[in-house]
Write a protein that binds this ligand. Structure first.
Ligand code: C2E
Ligand code: MG
Ligand code: MG
Length: 611
């Protein structure tokens, strides 16, 4: 039988370092009756309790203030709390409580114990040195033979590590490890909760901001991913400082951040915060030895638009952000319903474009390129056409950017290359003396494919076309986007035997001085310079200078978009070798070309220089 007396004796002898212990012989069996009857067995059990891994505390039964009295603690308890046995005996377990102890659990504890039930629970407790730990309890009332509760037995365990692990798991699940900000999962939950609140209380209005950095990809690609990471951390820090403490910020991933602007009483606060964010981001950022400038495009939507789900709201803020991007850098746009319609149309178009190739809705048209000196056709530019089953003809100006964005351009571009090379070979066979060349447009995305040069080589081999007749058209911005390996790739293309042509020259940011290091054969002056003839003297002057510079760099010049006799005479006077434009022919199908090929080519032999 456990009595206060023998437990106190035990504690005493233990604190003096003498633990009376005698083990039962192997023949002896433990049975309840044997334990009850044998003082020796009680001592044995007390020793086992004392050495148990879990903390064990036995108290008296006063539950109200000042609380029960501790009459026994084991070794594990002294280890866990730092209290010596003689310090704690006679004290109340309340000694373990402190400022962060959640006292709500004690109501339940008292109720359970009073009713003779077992209590499980945990709370923050304090060691003797004042440090906190999470203590998990299992407290059981102990009854005597008459069924009266005589003591409470508490088995306790320090679960701080477990709780911290759990906290870390929860933290990781809702935080972005790079910036320490909240992540997408957290944001979606929070956004949903805010929407529920906004739908419930009319005067609670919030705004959602979707922020995407301008030109982050370039920073990442040119300065490397670890610098990109530091950059994102700094950006996160700046955004956080630009918003108010009550606003909620998260990083969705990549360079995308979202913000809930809380409690919008007047719209001015939104423009103030967006301005503050832009100003904060526009301050130069020193990364290693580089000074980097950035800005962001911001899409905004309001809780008053009648959203049911956070996903819908996020989607619209994203759409508004795209609209802001298309307006130029460092801009904001507020979502409106038209944007939604535009997005749906775009999505449908994207789906149709995915099927266009296999449904054979794409076709190449060919526009003649004219040798100015004798006004004869010397080649063609292949131009893509899409015959949409419902919408009819869709201009490449509309679907090429879409194909670029979705990556479909890689597959389409490969088809264009194969088709145009096949056509070139066919015409070469038809009129062998004319060496009609074929200009083929490439997209920036194609140039970024690591196996691009290899693919071109394969197509040239398979179609057996004369590779000297192939001219690949690349826009100047595409070359500059292709990072610092552009010159290597362009040289590899040249080694295949094809020629390279800069398209739409004069519209990008580059200058001839930057482009001279690339192995370019032909320069196509953008149509805007031709349209300026007779209208804008300055632009016409630039046209003249471009031609002279190109010639100095051993490039030939094509004038694009020549529509009138006046324009033709002017570009001739400025010594452009070639022209392309409606004046001499619009882009037409291969059948159209073939109809006139006999009259146009079979009579004379072409005498244009090898271009
Ligand atoms: P681009 O390569 O600069 O092609 C010239 C564009 O100017 C063509 O428009 C052509 O039809 C048009 N054009 C030619 N002469 C005149 C003229 O005298 N007046 C006017 N107003 N326009 C003229 P198109 O065919 O609509 O193509 C637009 C752009 O789409 C092309 O510009 C090119 O950037 C892109 N594109 C077309 N086909 C392909 C392709 O197969 N691959 C890639 N990546 N892009 C393509
Ligand atoms: Mg072109
Ligand atoms: Mg062009």
């Amino acid at each position: 039988m456990i009595t206060d007396k023998n437990l106190t004796d035990f504690n005493k002898s233990n604190s003096e370092g003498k633990i009376p212990l005698s083990l039962p012989s192997p023949q002896e069996k433990f049975s309840d009756s044997c334990i009850e009857n044998s003082q020796e067995q009680i001592t044995l059990l007390a020793a086992a309790v004392h050495s148990a891994h879990d903390s064990i505390v036995i108290t008296t039964t006063e539950l109200d203030y000042p609380g029960p009295e501790i009459i026994f603690v084991n070794k594990a308890f002294t280890k866990m709390t730092g209290y010596c046995t003689h310090d704690i005996i006679g004290k109340t377990p309340r000694i373990l409580q402190g400022p962060n102890t959640d006292r709500k659990v004690f109501k339940d504890l008292k109720e359970k114990l009073r009713n003779g039930q077992v209590f499980f629970g945990e709370a923050i407790n304090y060691r003797q040195d004042g440090t906190e730990f999470y203590n998990q309890w299992h407290i059981e009332p102990i009854k005597n033979s008459a069924g009266e509760i005589t003591h409470y037995l508490a088995i306790q365990r320090d679960v701080t590590d477990k709780i911290n692990d759990q906290k870390r798991l929860v933290y990781d699940a809702f935080h972005d490890s790079l910036t320490g900000l909240h992540n997408r999962a957290w944001f979606l939950q929070t956004l949903q909760a805010s929407l529920v609140k906004a739908n419930q209380y009319q005067d609670y209005i919030f705004a959602l901001l979707f922020l995407d950095l301008d030109g982050f990809k370039l920073i990442n690609d040119t300065l490397g991913h670890s610098i990109g990471d530091i950059f994102l951390q700094e950006v996160a820090h700046r955004i956080k400082n630009a918003i108010r403490p009550q606003d909620k910020l998260a990083r969705l991933g990549g360079d995308e951040f979202t913000i809930i602007i809380e409690d919008v009483k007047d719209l001015g606060i939104i423009s103030q915060i967006t301005n503050d964010i832009q100003t904060a981001l526009q301050q130069p950022l020193i990364l290693g030895s580089q000074e980097v400038f950035t800005s962001a495009s911001l899409g905004i939507t309001m809780s008053t638009m009648g959203y049911e789900t956070g996903e819908e709201m996020l989607r619209d803020a994203d759409l508004a952000m795209y609209r802001a991007k298309s307006l130029g850098k460092s801009r904001s746009a507020i979502f409106n319903k038209t944007m939604h319609k535009v997005a749906v149309t775009r999505l449908n178009l994207e789906n149709d474009l995915r099927k266009a190739l296999e449904k054979e809705q794409l076709e190449l048209y060919y526009q003649p390129i004219i040798f100015v000196a004798n006004q004869s056709i010397v080649g063609f530019e292949s131009l893509l056409r899409w015959h949409h089953p419902e919408e009819g003809f869709i201009s490449p100006a509309r679907f090429i950017p879409l194909a670029e964005e979705t990556g479909l351009i890689v597959e389409i571009g490969e088809w264009v290359l194969r088709q145009a090379c096949t056509q070139c070979r066919l015409w070469q066979g038809l009129i062998p003396n004319h060496n009609l060349f074929m200009n083929i447009n490439l997209s920036p995305r194609q140039l970024k494919q690591s196996n691009f040069v290899h693919d071109v080589e394969q197509i040239l081999q398979k179609t057996k076309c004369d590779r000297h007749l192939i001219k690949l058209e690349i826009t100047e911005s595409a070359i500059l986007e292709t990072d610092n390996k552009a010159d290597i790739m362009l040289n590899e293309l040249k080694e295949l035997g094809v020629k390279l042509c800069i398209d739409d020259f004069g519209t990008g940011y580059s200058s001839l001085s930057r482009l001279y290091k690339f192995p370019i054969d032909v320069l196509k002056i953008d149509a805007c310079f031709i349209r300026a003839i007779g209208k804008e003297e300055r632009k016409e002057k630039i046209l003249e200078i471009i031609v002279t510079l190109a010639h100095n760099l051993d490039m030939e010049v094509v004038a694009e978009g020549v529509e009138t006799e006046v324009q033709f005479l002017k570009v001739k006077q400025h010594q452009c070798e070639y022209i392309q434009g409606y004046l001499f022919g619009k882009p037409v199908s291969s059948q159209e070309i073939e109809k006139s090929i006999e009259t146009k080519y079979l009579t004379t032999t072409n005498t244009h220089p090898a271009y």
